[in-house]
Ligand binder design. Sequence first.
Ligand SMILES: NC(=O)c1ccc[n+]([C@@H]2O[C@H](COP(=O)([O-])OP(=O)(O)OC[C@H]3O[C@@H](n4cnc5c(N)ncnc54)[C@H](O)[C@@H]3O)[C@@H](O)[C@H]2O)c1
Length: 272
Amino acid sequence: MTSSQDPKRAMRDAPRSVLSLAPDAHRLTGRVAFVTGAGRGAGRAHARLLGARGAAVAAVDIDTDAAAAVAAEIIAAGGRALALGLDITDAAADAAAIEATARELGGLDILVHNAGLMYSMTGLEQTDLADFDRLIAVNVHGPLHLTRAALPWLRRSRAPRVIFINSQWGQVPDGHSYGYMVAKAAQLGLMKTLAKEFTPEGILVNAITPGAILTRMVPAEYIEAEQKNIPLGRLAHPEDIAYAVAFLASDESAFIAGQTLAVNGGALVVGI
Ligand SMILES: NC(=O)c1ccc[n+]([C@@H]2O[C@H](COP(=O)([O-])OP(=O)(O)OC[C@H]3O[C@@H](n4cnc5c(N)ncnc54)[C@H](O)[C@@H]3O)[C@@H](O)[C@H]2O)c1
C-alpha cells in the first residue's frame, strides 16, 4: 500500500500540504473584515492591523465619527476601508450594515465581535437591571444578529472566520462588574454554540479572552492594581490583542474551531 492509499498516513501529511498551499498565510489580501467597536481602544487596533495585512475593513462603531476616523487612518496607510455608524443591538440595522459592507467591499470573510462596554456593578444587590440588560444586548444579542446576517456571505468565503473578543472575566469572575462577567460568560456560550453548528461548514468560530487592556474601559485608578495580577508586569496594549485577531483571521488558524485563546500576560497560569 502506498502512502497515498493509507488514510492514516494521508492525515499525518495534511498539515504539510496545507502549509505548502498557503505560503503567504499571514496576509489577508482579498478578504473583507467587519470589526465592531472599531472606533477606539482594542477595536481600532484590530481594524488597523487587519487593514495593514491587506483586508478591506468595515470599521463599525456606535460612535460614527470615531468609525470614520479609523477608516480614514486605514485608507491613509494605503488600505481599503468603510466607516459605518451602528448600534449593534439593533437587528435591522445590523442586517443593513452587513449588506452595505458586502456590497461595497465585495463580500465578507472575517467578523470580529469586539464592541463592548463596562458598567460598575459590584454585587447582586447593586446591579441595575437596565444596565445589565444593555450588557447582554451588546455582548450577546448584537453578535447573534450580526452573525446571522453575515451567514450567506461567510458561506461564500474561502476562509470564513468569526472572532469574539471576550474576556478572562467571562471565564473567572473577579467581582468588578456583575453584568459584565455574566454577559461575557453568556457570550462564550454563544461562541461555542455557533462553533458546534458551523464548524462542519468550515466557518471557524473562536474567542480571544484578554486580561486587562490599556483602553478607556480600564479607569486609571485600577491600572496599578491590575498590573500586580499580571505575571508579565504590564497591562496589554491593544496591539497585543490585535495580533491574536490577525492570527485567527488568517489561513494559519485553519484547524482551530470553538476555542478560546487567552492573551493575558500569563495571568491565569498563576491564578488571579
Ligand atoms: N479593556 C479591557 O481591559 C478589556 C479586557 C478584556 C476584554 N475586553 C473587551 O475588549 C473589547 C474592546 O474593549 P476596549 O477595551 O477597547 O473598550 P473601549 O471602551 O475603548 O471600546 C469599546 C468600543 O465599542 C463601542 N461600542 C460600545 N457599544 C456599542 C454598540 N452598541 N454598538 C457599536 N459599538 C459599540 C464603543 O463606542 C467603543 O468604541 C470589549 O468587548 C471588551 O469587553 C476589554
